[in-house]
Design a protein around this ligand. Structure first.
Ligand code: NDP
Ligand code: 2IT
Length: 450
């Protein structure tokens, strides 16, 4: 029976690979989920009968559009814009917008697919979606970014709405971009609604949203450490990236008494043995705002080590938090992590570890948490922003932070309980995928073949 089921899944994965040809990131995300769902599908044949897998890997719809814009010299440019509305079984489509030159349909479908399960894990009513463009805001003037965002929204506004589809930020999209897009949405639709999250505090945003993803990652890692009878106090932490997620994570590790010794950019990584805190942590914001994709100036300013072209995973650390981008931690890095006897790898980015790296980390008895569970704090806080917008109220920072903390603890618990129930205690990847999937699958069954 098990062999037959395995062939059935191999056939299904082959079908996905062929049907979504040329989309390696999307296939990678589907393969991970399907492989770990097998025990659940074997126990619950209704999901197979209802063809949930076939239905869930096909987005509800995908919009692709031209985004023309003019630079400060008057030259015209054309970018491609996307919105992938993946699944709305449990709530309006919800997920970020990514502006980066590497954006393509495969990347956005992987992110949208992951978002379905992540949003389900938050326990809040949000479906899965993702969008963005191959436009890169780095190095552009504010006026150029504004013109691009307005042009992007000229198309996007047709398909989004507070109860339909609610985009937010991701790589390259932060407060500035959300502001310009919200302004244009408002102008085009004559409505003031919670159509985007990550808004400014004066116009419907939520306290803690900028910090939420990084804080959430660390809250999750803290729960993982608790299962080993310990906490962040005195722990050495390696972080990759130097953007929004890395910034929030560094802050929270410092609050909890740990020491972050690395951050990284596309140019290499910083090793600061004294820890990245206070002024050094504040300087991360300046680095980001510089509009250059480099961390090297940190080394010059604070006399820390800069390792050109290298990743931080060779540094001995108790906790590793990859917070940069997909597939940034590969097999060789995983071997270093195991060799260095790290206790925890907790993903801040989406799909930062390659499948081979995950296998090696787990086989090396290092606790591993997948981003769809551990970085869910960002979208969870977006969900809290939606609630506040619906009520026309704003909560205090402490209230949002307490809710965020509870959500992360509950996701951690759900992962462990589900993994145990399906015979793989401690397997956070299996627990997250099955717990996220079952809620959506049941909703799809309840709502019929649509
Ligand atoms: P970026 O570093 O590109 O950050 C995105 C935006 O966040 C920037 O445009 C910037 O806007 C804003 N930002 C950057 N640094 C800070 C800061 N220190 N404080 C406040 N805002 C800041 O990418 P991310 O860090 O967002 O993404 C890294 C990885 O994490 C990716 O894999 C992504 O998919 C994943 N991820 C991101 C989530 C999120 O909520 N951002 C949630 C879950 C996963 P501004 O101009 O306003 O400074
Ligand atoms: O990957 C993610 O979860 C995000 N970029 C946040 C999405 C959101 O809607 O807040």
């Amino acid at each position: 029976m098990a062999t037959k089921m395995k062939k059935q899944y191999a056939d299904f994965l082959e079908f996905v690979k062929t049907k979504h040809a040329g989309q390696p990131e999307f296939y990678q995300a589907v393969e991970e989920v399907v492989t770990t769902l097998i025990p659940c599908l074997e126990k619950n044949p209704i999901y197979l009968k209802e063809k949930i897998l076939e239905r869930i890997v096909e987005p509800d719809r995908v919009y692709i559009f031209r985004v023309p814009w003019q630079d400060d010299k008057g030259e015209y440019h054309v970018q491609r814009g996307y919105r992938v509305e993946f699944n709305n079984a449990i709530g309006p489509y919800k997920g970020g917008l990514r502006f980066h030159h590497t954006v393509n349909l495969s990347v956005l479908k992987f992110l949208g697919f992951e978002q379905i399960f992540k949003n389900s894990l938050t326990t809040l009513p949000m479906g899965g979606g993702k969008g963005g463009s191959d436009f890169d805001p780095r190095g552009k003037s504010d006026a150029e970014v504004m013109r691009f965002c307005q042009s992007f929204m000229n198309e996007l506004h047709r398909w989004i709405g507070a109860d339909i589809d609610v985009p937010a930020g991701d790589i390259g999209v932060g407060g500035r971009e959300i502001g310009y897009m919200f302004g244009q949405f408002k102008k085009l639709t004559r409505s003031f609604e919670g159509v985007l999250t990550g808004k400014g505090l004066n116009w419907g945003g939520s306290l803690i949203r900028p910090e939420a993803t990084g804080y959430g990652v660390v809250y999750f890692a803290e729960e993982m450490l608790k299962t080993k009878g310990t906490d962040f106090k005195g722990k050495t932490v390696a972080v990759s990236g130097f953007g929004n997620v890395a910034w929030g994570a560094v802050a929270k590790v410092n609050h909890l008494g740990g020491k972050v010794v690395t951050i990284s950019g596309p140019d290499g990584f910083i090793y600061d043995k004294d820890g990245i805190k206070d002024k050094k942590w504040e300087y991360m914001l300046e680095l980001r705002k510089s509009g250059k994709d480099i961390v090297e100036p940190y080394a010059r300013k604070f006399k820390a080590e800069f390792h050109k072209g290298k990743r931080p995973w060779c540094v001995k650390a108790d906790v590793c938090l990859p917070c940069a981008t997909q597939n940034e931690l590969g097999l060789a890095d995983a071997k270093d992590i195991v060799k260095n006897k790290a206790m925890v790898v907790c993903e801040g980015a989406n799909m930062p570890c390659t499948p081979e790296a995950i296998e090696t980390i787990m086989a090396g008895k290092v606790l591993y948490a997948p981003g769809k569970a551990s970085n869910a704090g960002g979208v969870a806080c977006s969900g809290l922003e939606m609630s506040q917008n619906s009520m026309r109220l704003g909560w205090k920072a402490e209230e949002v932070d307490t809710r965020l903390h509870d959500i992360m603890k509950n996701i951690h618990k759900a992962c462990l309980e589900t993994a145990k129930k399906y015979g793989e205690p401690g397997n956070y990847m299996m627990g997250a995928n099955i717990a996220g999937f079952e809620k959506v699958a049941k909703a799809m069954i309840d709502q019929g073949l649509v």
